[in-house]
Design a protein around this ligand. Structure first.
Ligand code: HEM
Length: 498
């Protein structure tokens, strides 16, 4: 995941397609980054090895500086599973000059979910990625108690009354988008669902005005902004003049300018809407201070991007599982008719809730392919877990993907079996065996919206098409992206005759 090649490769590749100036800048930036990393690495190499005391078992590496980055980057899940087998639930290793300590299994992961933010800190690891994208004054740029207040405000806008309005919007956007797919064919499902998710999320979470401005130019701005979520942005100093950083910063300014205009217009309007934007205009902090336009714009960007890759990747994996397990796909289609009637009328919220088979399929997809593979915190104080002490400076991690497939917790752990949730399973008794949306103070606020969005999209798609794998091809996991996406995600589809 943190391979140096990955940092430099795409950068040079992209620059090569651009002007000679951007090529020169990219080379300059790459050399600077390399220097920066090597400097950090040499500092690390000259540090004494960690004292053994009761520190977690340390997986040593013969590769200086990079440590386990290449092996981990190739298949992080396999790496972590092997380490768990060998060292138990808590272990440390280095990658690119940083020490990571993983907490595997429900009991060990409790440390990450139950600790105070002052002890295991999220801003220290996430802010350098999120602040340039969302902007200052929100999320990980503010002290956690302030972010918690902001999360509460956002949650106010993610309520059942809102979801009831969202369902017809999502159904309409989906039908509209998939018109271009025609009767049958083979297409990139992930690309389609990524584009659709921006449209639906923008419509539902930003409001109709911002959705109506979403043309190709704005979509490109989102793509540039999103280009800020890379390993390079996480790993390299923010002051580097990389083309992707510059594009990200320009996109941030331009999107905010668009949002400010819409926010101003809403503030001046006589009419009151009943959407997220209105909620953010009306809400106040505990001390009575309303949100500024800049905070509202930052939160709107955050809402869209927090749900974009997570939901679109989950939707795509769900599609491939249903295409592979044809009998489950047919069960889901039959459920549409059983719940919504033979004539498959427009969906509503109460029906969506009754689509239990589809619900379990989504739950099982999130078990096998949770989009957030690792949650991270920085240890600021010494912490004790399983008899070990984790020293300050370690990046402490828990992985939903690994917890979701532990042998002791899950029967037939690698199989897609949505009906497992109808029976008792060992994981049910473990608090953190199933954590696709995290837990504790950093828990996701978008779970219900994500379920509404993905279930509505898939209800609409199941009514439109029957899906198959292309000659049995089930996409392997692409581990090079921060969120583990399906590799070459082409699916076969054929219109249903009903
Ligand atoms: C399938 C969809 C989604 C998945 C699997 C997912 C997963 C997660 C996870 C694992 C976390 C915890 C991160 C951590 O502890 O470090 C999280 C936090 C969060 N998510 Fe989601 N998410 C999804 C969709 C959404 C959506 C649609 C929104 C917004 C509408 C959203 C907004 C947030 C926010 C604001 C946080 C809080 C971060 C914090 O307090 O540190 N997510 N999400």
């Amino acid at each position: 995941m943190l391979s140096l090649l990955e940092v430099g490769g795409p950068l040079l590749e992209r620059a090569a397609a651009g002007s000679p100036l951007s090529m020169a800048l990219a080379v300059f930036a790459f050399v600077l980054s390399l220097g920066y990393l090597l400097q950090r690495g040499s500092r690390l190499l000259h540090q004494p090895p960690p004292a053994h005391g009761n520190y977690p078992p340390f997986i040593s590496s013969s590769i200086p500086f990079l440590g386990h980055a290449l092996e981990f980057g190739k298949n992080p899940i396999e790496f972590l599973e092997n380490a768990y087998e060998k060292y138990g639930p808590v272990f440390s290793f280095t990658m690119v000059g940083q020490t990571f300590t993983y907490l595997v299994g429900s009991d060990a992961a409790a440390l990450l979910f139950d600790s105070k933010n002052e002890d295991l800190n999220a801003e220290d690891v996430y802010s350098r990625l999120t602040t340039p994208v969302f902007g200052k004054g929100v999320a990980f740029d503010v002290p956690n108690p302030v972010f918690l207040e902001q999360k509460k405000m956002l949650k106010t806008g993610l309520n059942v009354a809102q979801f009831k309005q969202h369902i017809p919007i999502i159904e309409k956007e989906t039908k509209e988008y998939f018109k271009s797919w025609g009767e049958c064919g083979e297409r990139d499902l992930f690309e389609a669902l990524s584009e659709l998710t921006i449209l639906t999320a923008s419509h539902c979470l930003h409001g109709k005005e911002i959705r109506s401005l979403l043309n190709e130019k704005v979509a490109q701005l989102y793509a540039d902004l999103d280009g800020g979520f890379t390993h390079a942005a996480w790993l390299l100093p923010g002051w580097l003049p990389l083309p992707s950083f510059r594009r990200r910063d320009r996109a941030h300014r331009e999107i905010k300018t668009i949002f400010y205009k819409v926010i101003q217009k809403r503030r001046q309007s006589e009419e009151r809407e009943t959407d997220m934007l209105q909620t953010l205009l009306d809400v106040t902090y505990k001390d009575g201070r309303p949100l500024t336009d800049d905070e509202i714009a930052g939160l709107l960007i955050g809402l869209l991007l927090a749900g974009q890759h997570t939901s679109s990747t989950t939707s795509a994996w769900l599609g491939f599982f249903l295409a592979r397990e044809k009998s489950i796909q047919e069960q889901c289609y039959a459920e549409q008719k059983a719940v919504c009637g033979e004539d498959l009328q427009a969906l509503d919220y109460s029906q969506l809730k009754d689509l239990n088979t589809l619900d379990r399929c989504l739950k099982e997809t999130l078990r096998l392919r949770p989009p957030i593979m690792t949650m991270m915190r920085m240890a600021r104080t010494p912490l004790t877990v399983a008899g070990y002490t984790i020293p300050p400076g370690h990046q402490v991690c828990a992985s939903p993907t690994v917890n979701h497939r532990l042998k002791d917790s899950w029967a037939d752990r690698l199989e897609f079996k949505p009906d497992r949730y109808l029976q008792d399973n060992p994981a049910a008794g473990e608090k953190f065996a199933y954590v696709p949306f995290g837990a504790g103070r950093h828990r996701c606020i978008g779970e219900n919206f994500a379920y509404v969005q993905i279930k509505t999209i898939w209800s609409t798609l199941l009514r439109l098409y029957e899906f198959d794998l292309v000659d049995g091809y089930f996409p392997p996991v692409n581990y090079t992206t921060m969120i583990h996406t399906p590799h070459n995600p082409v699916i076969r589809y054929k219109k249903r005759s009903h």
